[in-house]
Design a binder for this molecule. Structure first.
Ligand code: CP
Length: 325
């Protein structure tokens, strides 16, 4: 429960409110995802220009509200807003009046008084961006809530696959293997939504304690505890960090045993499709969940994922603020 909030029933969030926010990817159609990728292509062209700036969001203010740490997501949203000439106000809980006991609601009221048009929200509590969406007239984008959802990460991951997979001819018939701490991963849950909607299959792999069985109930998703089985024939292999900060003790064997059984490495990648991409949402712990040399291998698109975060988020901001007008 978020201090100062009332319980939020996600299922009861009005459909109208959900349409003007990006809180999760449930309810997004394949066509809507592909249309966003087309808008991203236009934004990517802007980012290739010498002057990486267009006036598309002039007069709009984007607020980044980060109640949990971030490097990639916060910076790329701010870059995406400024590249479209929006003003940006930034809030990070560390160093703010949250440490003096100010509630989430009062914090939001304070920032809302400065009249932003859209908030990008990251919070350790699942549902916090949904709660904020009920308190403000501004649009809200979920930049990661607890272990629940990280929609723009999944969008940029799928976009990167579409851009980088050799001879890409659609998501149908493709398979993404996600290996690691699936239990605590909002990235895994959002990627399951995005990739299965787009027509791909997703294989989730990890130790029994880090692989929730209910995820297998979704069409297009399978679970395995054997990394070789997950990687075999996969078109993309995504390694996930062990989220020790969200982990109770006893969920893991020793780190050495985890590395031996689940590390995504060059030897295991031999089992994958010959053109398979190596992915990681970051931050990564080299030589734990991913072999360090593999992260720097030509098959790795980890830096492309970060780079694509900017045009994908430009497309999200543009679509929510201007696209529907
Ligand atoms: N992938 C991701 O969300 O990274 P950050 O925590 O650095 O934003």
């Amino acid at each position: 429960m978020i201090p100062g909030s009332t319980p939020v029933d996600l299922a009861a969030t009005p459909a109208k409110a959900r349409r003007r926010h990006l809180l999760d990817l449930e309810g997004w159609s394949r066509e809507a995802l592909l249309a966003l990728f087309d808008t991203t292509d236009v934004m990517a062209q802007v980012m290739q220009r010498t002057i990486k700036k267009v006036p598309a969001l002039q007069g709009f203010t984007v607020g980044t509200l980060f109640f949990e740490n971030s490097t990639r997501t916060r910076l790329s949203f701010e870059r995406a807003a400024r590249a479209q000439s929006a003003d940006v106000i930034s809030f990070a809980a560390g160093g703010s009046s949250v440490s003096k006991g100010e509630s989430l609601r009062d914090t939001l009221r304070t920032i809302d008084a400065m009249q932003a048009d859209l908030y990008v929200v990251r919070h350790h509590a699942a549902g916090a961006p949904h709660q904020i969406a009920n308190w403000t007239d501004a649009a809200v984008v979920n930049a990661g809530d607890g272990r629940r959802s990280h929609p723009t990460q999944a969008l940029l991951d799928a976009y990167t696959f579409r851009e980088r997979f050799e001879g890409f001819d659609g998501f149908e018939g493709k398979r993404l293997a996600i290996v690691g701490d699936v239990l605590h991963s909002r990235v895994a849950r959002s990627n399951v939504s995005a990739w299965t909607t787009l027509g791909a299959e997703v294989v989730l792999c990890g130790p029994r304690t880090l692989l929730p069985a209910e995820l297998a109930e979704q069409p297009g998703v399978t679970l395995t505890h054997r990394v070789e089985e997950a990687v075999e024939g996969a078109h993309a292999v995504m390694a996930l960090r062990l989220q020790h900060e969200r982990m109770a003790s006893g969920l893991l064997p020793s780190q050495a045993e985890y590395r031996q059984r689940y590390q995504v490495n060059s030897e295991r990648m031999r089992l994958a499709h010959p053109d398979a991409l190596v992915m990681h949402p970051g931050p990564m712990n080299r030589d734990v969940e991913i072999e360090g040399v593999l992260a720097d291998d030509p098959r790795s698109v980890i830096e492309a994922q970060v780079a694509n975060g900017v045009p994908v988020r430009m497309a999200v901001l543009y679509t929510l603020l201007v696209g529907s007008r």
